[in-house]
Design a protein around this ligand. Structure first.
Ligand code: N01
Length: 541
């Protein structure tokens, strides 16, 4: 039956997911695999997001694959947190090493994915007019890949240049001597702003919500550090897998609000100094769950911001007060706050007065037009569900994924959805992804999906599908976890709240990486509990 189909598995995307999925399914499992990506080459998010300042904010040693000892030994990271060009070079290196390109069709966008009930296979349509039939689909379409559409009137009137961080021209953009406006101060804007500020004639930053940005503390990796990592990779990976976020970090203390003030200050200072996510994950366990504990850390960060910004009014505008720390994705920064001390940088508060329109010459806020030569949009993404829904997925009985998720995503483990057999969403909505180091989460998911495929095929069966009951239970677990946390208190992409009209609904598994891994291991141990396996004609249990 499978032999009559074009391939066994279609893999969507050629980023961290696609490269590993093609290698594992094709080379390790001997399946016929075809990948698709609308980009011209591998890299996924790191192919597109080539804006100045783009880099990872998980340590490079963790922001990498662990599945190949050889790859780990052969690659040397030059910085503690690698910049986009180095991450893209790494993904190209991995793609070459495992020779994945020959199984991927680039410059090809998926336009439809339709389940054939009678034959139990997927028909994958692409913008080159072709249709590929496949038994399984493994999607690495990306959680922050479909951009939010700018909603300002007059965008087409603007006579200057318009760029977006998520589609930065690969040949670069010369911003020297230009009046540049940046809309958005999430992780992307916060990385870009301090890097371009010294080059431009004037930078106008349009900020709606200030963020709890904390120092990244990037630095070069010495030869000794590199040798030490390579010699100890196995231990490092094991320790990381046991951490809430999938990185090596100190264990957090239980409760911030009950700690003596002097101890709390010492702990916050230590992890603020260490940089990256360590302040969030190594300080106190309850900061994402207890409002008072959260406030101790939130106030600490506000005080650090105030120390760095000269103008008190600008400092006030840059200080977050409307949401708890960590409930919007915490951006990591390098010289971000100092950028606002420059004479050529202006901060415009678009919370008190929203952007009214874009004119021929700039951006209008209230009655003031901020004159610009260049507009840079850093306005974020229709996260988690956007890219999946954009592909036109139609499951059993003609049910579209869009219809199924009209009230928010419903998944089992964040990987599968009832009514959509043999369709695996790698780090999909409601999985443990956004608070779990992405490459590790991706490896877990790709392994879960490929093992499930193998389990199905080894039994001579055709379909594996989440049951309605398991899905209901998972959605309830996700909602309970969200309700017990502070996450619903922010208008963030974690909750789908950043897109007008999108249902607000929790998108994250908040139990941490080890708990999530255990849940998945138990599912496998129980013979794919919560899934139904069937042959093409009848359910067999
Ligand atoms: O997007 P965002 P991002 N008027 O949604 C503003 C990953 N990432 O691209 O907060 C005015 O965080 C919006 O304002 P508000 C990472 O997971 C990682 O920066 O909605 N402003 C916000 O300031 C990250 O979380 C890295 O009030 C408007 C900004 O645009 C995710 O990608 C680097 C607006 C959007 O911020 C997304 O980050 C970069 C409007 N109408 C990205 N609409 C690493 O470090 C939106 N905004 C690895």
């Amino acid at each position: 039956m499978t032999e009559q189909l074009d391939v066994d598995v279609v893999v969507i995307g050629a980023g961290y997911v696609g490269i590993y999925a093609v290698h594992r399914l094709r080379d390790q499992m001997g399946l016929r695999v075809l990948g698709f990506d609308s980009a011209g080459d591998v890299g996924g998010t790191w192919y597109w997001n080539q804006y100045p300042g783009a880099r990872c904010d998980i340590e490079s040693v963790h922001y990498s694959y662990s599945f190949s000892d050889e790859l780990q030994r052969e690659w040397r990271w030059s910085e503690r947190y690698a910049a986009q060009p180095e991450i893209l070079a790494y993904l190209n290196f991995a793609a070459d090493k495992f020779d994945v390109r020959r199984s991927i069709r680039f410059n090809t966008r998926i336009t439809s994915i339709e389940w054939d009930d009678a034959g139990s296979f997927w028909r994958v349509g692409t913008d080159d007019g072709r249709v590929t039939t496949t038994r399984f689909v493994v999607s690495g379409a990306g959680n922050v890949s479909l951009p939010k559409t700018p909603e300002f009137p007059g965008m087409d009137d603007f006579r200057g240049e318009v760029y977006a961080t998520h589609r930065w021209p690969h040949e670069g953009v010369d911003l020297r001597g230009k009046r540049v406006g940046v809309i958005g101060t999430g992780a992307s804007g916060i990385q870009l702003i301090p890097v371009v500020a010294p080059d431009v004639e004037h930078l106008t930053v349009f900020q709606r919500t200030p963020n709890y940005a904390t120092p990244l503390r990037n630095r070069p990796v010495s030869d000794d550090e590199h040798d030490e990592v390579v010699a100890n990779y196995r231990r490092i990976r094991t320790e990381a897998r046991q951490n809430f976020m999938g990185i090596t970090a100190d264990p957090a203390r239980p409760c911030a609000k009950d700690a003596p003030e002097a101890e709390r200050r010492e702990v916050f200072d230590r992890y603020h100094e260490r940089g990256g996510f360590h302040l969030l994950i190594s300080s106190y366990q309850d900061v994402l769950f207890d409002p008072e504990s959260n406030e101790t850390l939130a106030q600490y960060i506000r005080d650090r911001i105030a120390e760095r910004v000269h103008d008190p009014e600008v400092a006030r505008l840059l200080t977050p007060t409307d949401h708890p720390y960590g409930t919007k994705r915490v951006p990591m920064e390098t010289n971000y706050f100092e950028a606002f001390n420059r004479d050529n940088v202006t901060l415009v508060d678009v919370r008190s007065q929203p952007i009214r329109r874009v004119t021929e010459t700039g951006v209008q806020v209230g009655d003031t037009v901020h004159e610009l030569d260049v507009i840079v949009s850093a306005m974020g993404f229709d996260a988690f569900t956007g890219a999946l829904l954009d592909m036109g997925v139609v499951g059993r009985g003609g049910l579209t994924l869009r219809e199924k998720w009209a009230g928010g995503p419903q998944t089992y483990l964040g990987i599968a959805a009832q009514g959509f057999p043999n369709f695996f969403m790698i780090t999909g909505p409601q999985s443990a992804v956004a608070l779990y180091n992405n490459p590790s989460a991706i490896e877990d998911h790709v392994e879960f999906a490929s093992d499930a495929i193998k389990y199905t095929l080894d039994r001579g069966l055709d379909t594996i599908e989440a049951t309605a009951g398991a899905e209901r239970e998972w959605v309830r677990t996700i909602a309970e976890m969200a309700d017990a946390s502070l996450f619903p208190r922010a208008k963030s992409w974690y909750m789908g709240a950043n897109i007008p009209g999108k249902p607000v609904s929790p998108m994250l598994y908040l139990g941490g990486a080890p708990a999530y891994r255990q849940v998945c291991a138990d599912v496998v141990e129980g013979g794919y509990q919560g899934f139904e396996l069937a042959d093409a004609s009848a359910l067999v249990g």
